[in-house]
Design a protein around this ligand. Structure first.
Ligand SMILES: [Fe+2]
Length: 187
């Protein structure tokens, strides 16, 4: 079921946001976060929402706009929100790169940029869980789901397959493992 999968993906995203937040706390108190973990999370967010998660949501949202325009209007401009999230992520990339390259950047600014990204993503996910998914479940017809599913499986992009899901699962597992190792070393 598509909405179930999208919800599951939201929980996965939240897990990574929590790890990023934890590394940020370490940075905030003046210690060195595990940059392998931070980089891993950035890579995940650079790829996963763009090529996998958002395209699925876009298909569902397009149907919602047809079936229940008022509900779709309440959700708002999904594409724009996704775009803004990507912009915030780019600022995170720049800030982290600056730190790693020892370029002049205030620690405070780095903290602010990363926190801004985390909070924006959380709010966005919360809105989708609260407004978008229930509205879609209510308004879409069985044939809509069938069409969405077939659009997804007929996608020529190899990233859009079951294999893609496995790749992202593996990437996430690797990040969580690195985080566990970093934590073990810290204590
Ligand atoms: Fe989403």
């Amino acid at each position: 079921m598509i909405i179930e999968r999208l919800s599951r993906e939201h929980r996965n995203i939240e897990m990574l946001l929590a790890v990023l937040e934890h590394e940020l706390e370490i940075f905030d108190r003046g210690d060195r976060p595990d940059y392998e973990v931070v980089r891993g999370i950035i890579s995940y967010f650079e790829l996963y929402p763009e090529v996998y998660h958002h395209p699925q949501e876009d298909l569902v949202f397009a149907k919602l706009r047809i079936r229940d325009p008022a509900a779709a209007a309440k959700v708002g401009n999904l594409a724009l929100e996704h775009q803004k999230g990507a912009e915030r992520l780019r600022r995170v990339v720049q800030a982290v790169d600056s730190v790693l390259a020892d370029r002049e950047i205030l620690r405070q600014n780095v903290g602010h940029i990363v926190r801004d990204f985390i909070e924006y993503e959380r709010r966005h996910i919360m809105m989708e869980d609260r407004d978008f998914f229930p509205a879609a479940l209510k308004a879409l017809e069985p044939q809509d789901w069938t069409e969405i599913a077939s659009a997804l499986t007929s996608h020529e992009d190899p990233l859009f397959s079951e294999a893609a899901e496995e790749t992202f699962d593996a990437l996430r597992a690797r990040i969580l493992q690195l985080e566990q190792e970093a934590e073990a070393e810290r204590h």
